[in-house]
Design a protein. Structure first.
Length: 237
């Protein structure tokens, strides 16, 4: 077993693995805000008095929680690209073929899945909010936006943080799926390095260490955020 192949040099694969790690982190961080916004929006729709809004939220959550993440990725990357090229061909005989970005497609696919699970986390957090505080805020003349911004949202994030933390850890691991659409994340770089060096145990072991490092760092940050968000909160035993 030649450990020198992990060196960040011209003959080693360390620099390629680190560049893949950067793409993995960038993809997860790009996906996160869009997934949170989707989750918050569809959680609000799920609690709406409108039957149509509740039906739309239920359909979104059911579809993207029921589909495998890999299938969602293939549908967007292959199916959407083929659909766009077909439409452009029908509209113009001389057109430039659409080539979807693997990074953008991966971020959209993961955000749709993340948002579906986050919607259920947010919905549970919404239902756990104490109604008395909201009623008191309306009683003193606060607007809907003021109630949401000052009363609901801070408590909502505190209640949803543990569930969202679990989703973030899953998101980090799900980024490995984009390797199948030729995005050079850490998983694909490890696959290429394993095939070239013929040392899969060493290369994939290094990839495991990188993923573990990301998860341990994330759990540390999440633990700090949970501790900070619970300051001043009294828990009844």
């Amino acid at each position: 077993m030649d450990i020198s192949i992990l060196a960040p040099s011209a003959t080693g694969w360390g620099d390629e693995l680190l560049s893949g790690l950067w793409i993995t982190v960038s993809l997860a961080l790009t996906t996160l805000p869009f997934g949170l916004v989707l989750g918050l929006c569809f959680a609000s729709l799920a609690l709406s008095p409108s039957r149509m809004a509740r039906g739309l939220a239920a359909a979104y959550v059911t579809v993207f929680r029921g589909l495998p993440e890999l299938l969602t990725l293939f549908i967007l990357y292959n199916g959407l690209g083929m659909f766009l090229n077909t439409v452009l061909s029908a509209l113009a005989h001389d057109h430039v073929a659409v080539d979807l970005s693997p990074f953008l497609t991966g971020a959209v696919a993961l955000a749709l899945v993340f948002g579906a699970y986050a919607a259920e986390v947010f919905r549970g957090a919404f239902m756990a909010l104490p109604p008395g505080q909201v009623e008191a805020a309306f009683a003193i003349g606060m607007s809907d936006w003021q109630v949401f911004h000052r009363i609901k949202f801070p408590q909502l994030m505190r209640l949803a943080l543990p569930g969202l933390g679990n989703l973030w850890i899953n998101l980090i691991k799900d980024t490995a799926l984009v390797s199948v659409i030729a995005l050079n994340d850490v998983m694909r770089q490890g696959f290429v390095a394993s095939n070239v060096s013929k040392q899969p145990f060493l290369i994939y072991g290094a990839v495991c260490v990188l993923y573990w490092g990301l998860c341990i760092l994330s759990e540390t940050v999440l633990g700090w955020l949970e501790h900070r968000s619970n300051r001043g909160v009294r828990f009844v035993k």
